[in-house]
Structures are given as structure tokens and as C-alpha cells.
Design a protein around this ligand. Structure first.
Ligand code: ADP
Ligand code: ZN
Length: 616
């Protein structure tokens, strides 16, 4: 998370070193002027010397001789006996000036650079510290040279109140907090508290936040390290880091150790392609040894986060290790609203902002996405020198974070634009007509910056727990809609629909192989899970079904797609008038809203009451 923080100490040492080196070379330069007595003699003989100044050292016959030449140059000679030189130059008719070494020059040559270095050092140190603490709201950070874990003392800054939604997850962690606060309460009655808690969930769902909040609530130290920190280094380093980390934690118990991305270390052993990863295995073994090593109620709780619980080594989930698993789900509509409220606390919102509606339109957004959304909106407000955030800002941010920045500037040909308009109109009509999808939120033919020529965005009105066969069929139909519209209007078809087709095919395959939704295949799961990480294992394992079944699956997938294609085409043909109107409006305005789009249907009412027909 905070790589730069770890490197600061090293930078500090390097900078100080460089400064010292400069000073050293600086003081050395006079001495390195290796002018010799022999050279002096020859220069005197050649009559090149104009003046000689002798600086005898105090209390010793040694000293330095400053020689000025006719050509304006000057050199310094260090000698063991200044009187010898004095006599020598006098022989050549030069009367040397004898002068004590000026006292202040000693200060200038030695003390000043040292002081400069010290001041610079203090300055850099202060700078580093301020950077470190600003990077982490959880409190003061400390670097452990060895374990690379970051320690932050829970000072109540992050608490459960900062974690919006996630009610069940929070209540599951309640007892851990209680235990850290008052271990005696539990040991008294012989209760065993889990040593390890595994937080599973997609990135940005708030796993780190939860772990921090637990430490904050219990007011205990929080050691955090990322699994990838263990494995990026040389062999053997990972294991010793684990040892150091647990050693440090024991000294600070009760405390929390948080290991982010634990899958980087705890991936199932012996499954990688091309042999195992020695370093990772050693690290994992050490982790298991440490977890087994400390007593049940010693006051150390290890929390770990992953988004790939399926690839974890089962050893890690055994009792006495990570025996508590908490799934951190992406927020539902209520959760999203709460998260938006938490993150809009320090952002003045204008009266027209409706967070409930924002929550409704952001299905699938994680906490991190929502935080980002509000931040982008605030940036837009700031750019327009406003002191508050408007709903319009959030709308713009929505497009920006969801689909990439609208790129109005990119020049597209009229033909391209026309194709895109019909393509999106095709999607939009199906969204509107089919009962289980949509309604349409925005239709746009403004390129998104992520490679899409346009987009049609539905407004999800509820979070769905189950998908029905009918809904999945309708999703496929919507995906195919763009391509169908292109085909109806233009003789040619473009490559623009390839991702739509891919999406439709994937959905159809899931229906057949995972959900048992096809008659001839029946209720059997033939899904291979598509786990690329375990490609090695999957290749080694035989496919669980025969070639014959594979062929049957392909036929079923095709028949679903064909069926959807036909139904979708019928709908679009029946609404051809709307298709033209919608495309025309899009070409004119580039982007149309839900109201503008729905008005197209009321004007062409004669197309019948398709909206009530069933497609299940
Ligand atoms: P993860 O560790 O699951 O990848 P994080 O805990 O790092 O996710 O979350 C990233 C950011 O997203 C947090 O710092 C916070 O701002 C925001 N966030 C995520 N979930 C929530 C939530 N439930 N409540 C409030 N903010 C959240
Ligand atoms: Zn499309």
C-alpha cells in the first residue's frame, strides 16, 4: 500500500551519504593538489614563481606553502618542515610571507559543511515523517526494517462508524473487538477466540477498512503487510520476514496483524506450472508455523484479505489458523447509500443531490468505486469554482468512472456515427421493451475512451439475488440488439459488435453448463470454473465430461443464441419506426436521456402493447 514509506529510510541514508561525500571531497581537494617540492624547485629555476606565502601549523614544524605563479595560477604544497622551504625560496631571491592559518577558515572549511549536512538531515527527516503520517489516517507509522510491516497504533481515528453498510460483517467482528479489549472476559470462561480471520471479497469492498476499524475500535496496534511483500524478494527473505513480523506482534500483544493479498503467499502448494515456487512455499510454511506457534488466547489476531479464496492452500483454513471466514459482499442499494453518506460528509452537497437515486444507479459499484465517484464529482465542482457538489457533477463523475471520460473531441466519420447510433438504438429498444431489463438511463454515441463507440446504460432498480432463465435470455437479446439493428439498416455488418457477441455467448454457456437451464443437457454442472491461475492443474486434470457432451453443450449454446436472435430481431422490426427516430435523435444530440427516449415510444403507440407480452 505504502511502498514509498518503506523506501524513505533508505533515501535518507543515501542523501546523507552523498552530502558527506561532497564535503569530504571538498576538504580533500586542497590536499589532493599534489604539488611537490621537486616541482617547486623546477618552477623556481624557470623563474615562474612570483610570491610564496607560508602557513606554518601551530606547535609543529609542518605547514602549507602557497605558491603564486606569473600566469596567475596558484598551488599549495604541504611540507613537513616549513623552514626548509623558507630557506629554499630565499635562495631564489623570493622573500616568503609567513602568515598564521586564519582561525575562521577552519570553521568555514569544516564546521559549516557539517552544520549544513545536519540541518539538511533534520529537514529531510521532518519531511519524511510528515509524509508518512499523512499517508495513513490510522495514526503514526513506523517502519520495521526487517519485516516491512507497517504499524499504526489504533487511536480511534478509524472505527466501525467509518465502515458503512456491511452490517453482518461488522457484527461478526464484534466479538473479536470485545476480546482484544478485554481478553480476561473470554479466558475466564474458557472460550476460544479464533486466531485468524479471513476476509474474502472483491477489491475495494472495504476489507482493509474493516480490519483497521477492528484495531481502531479495540484501540490496539495494527500491523499491516501485503502478501506480495513477502515474495518479491530473494529466497529465504519471505520466511524471515514472517518470523520478524510475528516476533514484533508478540511484543505488542494484544494486536492485529493484517495480511493483504494473502493469496500471493498462501496459494495452493505444488500446483504452479513449471515446478513449485520455493520462496512462496517457505514463506507459507513459516506463516503456518507461526500461527500454530502462538497460544490460543495470546492476544494476536491475524486478519487476512483475499479476493481469491478458491486458490488458497486448504492448510491455511484449518482450525487454529484462519478458522473464521467472513465474506465481504459488494454493497446493496442501501449499503451504497450509506457509503455515499459517509464519503459525502466532508463534501458540501447542493439541495438537488439525491444520494438515494445515485445509490440506485450504481449497482455493482464497490465502496472504493463510490468513494472515487464522489471524489470525481468534487473535483468537477472545484474546477468550476463552486463550493458545493451538484447532482450534475455526480452524473458526470458517473460516466467518468463507470465508462471512461466522454471524449467529444475525437473525430469520427458520419458513417461511423450513423452505425453507432443504430447499434445503440437497437440495444435501447430491447432494454425498453423487455420486462426484466432496463429501463434505459442514457443512450449515447459519444466515444467512451475505453474503446466503446457508444453506450446504452440501463437503470437497475433492484439488486437481484437470483437470475431467472427469462432474465438471462433477455440479457442475451439485449446484447444482440446492436448487431441486429446494424444488420437491418445496413447491408454490411461491422466488427463493432464483437464484445456484445462475446458477452451473449458467455451468458448462454453459463445457462447450459452451470445453471442447468437447457432441456437436452439437463440439470448437470459442466462448468470448469475457468480458473486461469490453475491452468497447470486444469491441464493435468482430465475434463470432467466427454467429447460428446462437449458437442452437445456447443449445440445448446448455439440454439439459445439463435432463439434469442430471432426473438430480438422480431421486436426490433416491430419497432423499426422507433429505431429510426432514436438513431436520428442520437445523431442530432449525441446523447439522450430516459425521458427523451421513452417519448419516442408514446409518439408511435400504434406498434401495439408489446410491453406486456411475455418472453419468459
Ligand atoms: P479492500 O481492502 O477490500 O480492497 P479497502 O478497504 O482498501 O478495500 O477500501 C478502499 C476504500 O474504499 C476505503 O478506503 C474506503 O474509502 C472505501 N470503502 C470501501 N468500503 C467501504 C465501506 N463499507 N464504507 C465506507 N467506505 C468504504
Ligand atoms: Zn453494443
Amino acid at each position: 500500500m505504502n511502498k514509498s514509506g518503506k523506501n524513505f529510510n533508505m533515501y535518507f541514508v543515501v542523501i546523507i551519504g552523498l552530502l558527506l561525500l561532497t564535503v569530504w571531497i571538498g576538504t580533500f581537494q586542497n590536499q589532493s593538489d599534489n604539488y611537490t617540492k621537486g616541482e617547486l624547485v623546477s618552477d623556481l629555476e624557470n623563474n615562474l614563481v612570483t610570491a610564496v606565502t607560508i602557513h606554518p601549523n601551530e606547535g609543529a614544524p609542518t605547514g602549507s606553502i602557497h605558491v603564486d605563479f606569473k600566469n596567475g595560477e596558484d598551488r599549495v604544497l604541504y611540507v613537513t618542515d616549513v623552514t626548509v622551504i623558507e630557506r629554499l625560496v630565499q635562495e631564489y631571491g623570493i622573500d616568503p610571507v609567513v602568515r598564521d592559518i586564519p582561525r575562521e577558515s577552519w570553521f568555514l572549511t569544516y564546521m559549516l559543511p557539517v552544520m549544513v549536512v545536519l540541518i539538511a538531515g533534520v529537514f529531510i527527516f521532518v519531511l519524511i515523517n510528515s509524509q508518512n503520517s499523512s499517508g495513513n489516517s490510522g495514526g503514526k507509522m513506523m517502519n520495521f526494517g526487517k519485516s516491512r510491516a507497517k504499524l499504526s497504533i489504533g487511536n480511534g481515528k478509524v472505527g466501525l462508524k467509518d465502515v458503512a453498510g456491511l452490517k453482518e460483517e461488522k457484527s461478526e467482528l464484534e466479538e473479536i473487538i470485545e476480546f482484544l479489549r478485554e481478553p480476561a472476559k473470554f479466558t475466564r470462561v474458557g472460550a476460544r477466540i479464533p486466531k485468524g480471520v479471513l476476509l474474502e471479497g472483491a477489491p475495494g469492498t472495504g476489507k482493509t477498512l474493516l480490519a483497521k476499524a477492528v484495531a481502531g475500535e479495540a484501540n490496539v496496534p495494527f500491523f499491516s503487510i501485503s502478501g506480495s511483500d513477502f515474495v518479491e524478494m530473494f529466497v529465504g527473505v519471505g520466511a524471515s520476514r514472517v518470523r520478524d513480523l510475528f516476533g514484533e506482534a508478540k511484543k505488542n500483544a494484544p494486536c492485529i496483524i493484517f495480511i493483504d493479498e494473502i493469496d500471493a503467499v498462501a496459494r495452493r502448494r505444488g500446483t504452479g506450472m513449471g515446478g513449485g515456487h520455493d520462496e512462496r512455499e517457505q514463506t507459507l510454511n513459516q506463516l503456518l508455523v507461526e500461527m500454530d506457534g502462538f497460544g490460543v488466547n495470546e492476544g494476536i489476531i491475524v486478519m487476512a484479505a483475499t479476493n481469491r479464496v478458491d486458490i488458497l492452500d486448504p492448510a491455511i483454513l484449518r482450525p487454529g489458523r484462519f478458522d473464521r471466514k467472513i465474506t465481504v459482499a459488494p454493497p446493496d442499494v442501501g449499503g451504497r447509500e450509506e457509503i455515499l453518506k459517509v464519503h459525502s460528509k466532508n463534501k458540501p452537497l447542493s439541495d438537488d443531490v439525491n444520494l438515494e437515486q445515485v445509490a440506485q444507479t450504481t449497482a455493482g459499484f464497490t465502496g472504493a468505486d463510490l468513494e472515487n465517484l464522489l471524489n470525481e464529482a468534487a473535483i468537477t465542482a472545484a474546477m468550476e469554482s463552486r463550493a458545493f457538489v451538484k447532482q450534475e457533477d455526480i452524473k458526470k463523475a458517473f460516466i467518468k468512472v463507470g465508462i471512461g471520460t466522454e471524449k467529444r473531441s475525437r473525430i469520427i466519420s458520419d458513417k461511423e456515427k450513423k452505425i453507432t447510433a443504430y447499434h445503440e438504438a437497437g440495444h435501447a429498444i430491447l432494454f425498453h421493451v423487455l420486462p426484466d431489463v432496463g429501463p434505459v438511463y442514457t443512450v449515447s454515441i459519444i466515444p467512451t475512451g475505453l474503446g466503446a463507440a457508444g453506450y446504452t446504460m440501463p437503470l437497475p432498480e433492484r439488486d437481484e439475488m437470483f437470475l431467472t432463465k427469462g432474465k438471462m435470455m433477455q440479457d442475451i437479446m439485449v446484447s444482440l440488439g446492436g448487431r441486429i439493428a446494424e444488420e437491418i439498416i445496413f447491408d454490411d455488418i461491422t466488427t463493432g459488435a464483437s464484445s456484445d457477441i462475446k458477452k451473449a455467448t458467455k451468458e448462454a454457456r453459463r445457462m447450459v453448463t452451470r445453471f442447468g437451464m437447457s432441456d437436452s443437457i439437463g440439470v448437470v454442472n459442466y462448468d470448469d470454473d475457468g480458473d486461469e491461475v490453475f491452468i497447470g492443474r486444469d491441464l493435468a486434470h482430465a475434463r470432467s465430461h466427454s467429447e460428446m457432451v462437449a458437442g452437445e453443450i456447443d449445440r445448446e449454446v448455439k440454439s439459445i443464441i439463435d432463439d434469442c436472435y430471432k426473438k430480438a430481431k422480431d421486436i426490433i422490426l416491430e419497432n423499426e419506426e422507433v429505431l429510426h427516430k432514436c438513431a436520428e435523435l442520437l445523431l442530432e444530440k449525441e446523447k439522450i436521456t430516459r425521458d427523451e427516449f421513452e417519448a419516442l415510444f408514446t409518439k408511435t403507440e400504434e406498434s401495439g402493447d408489446l410491453e406486456n407480452s411475455s418472453f419468459v
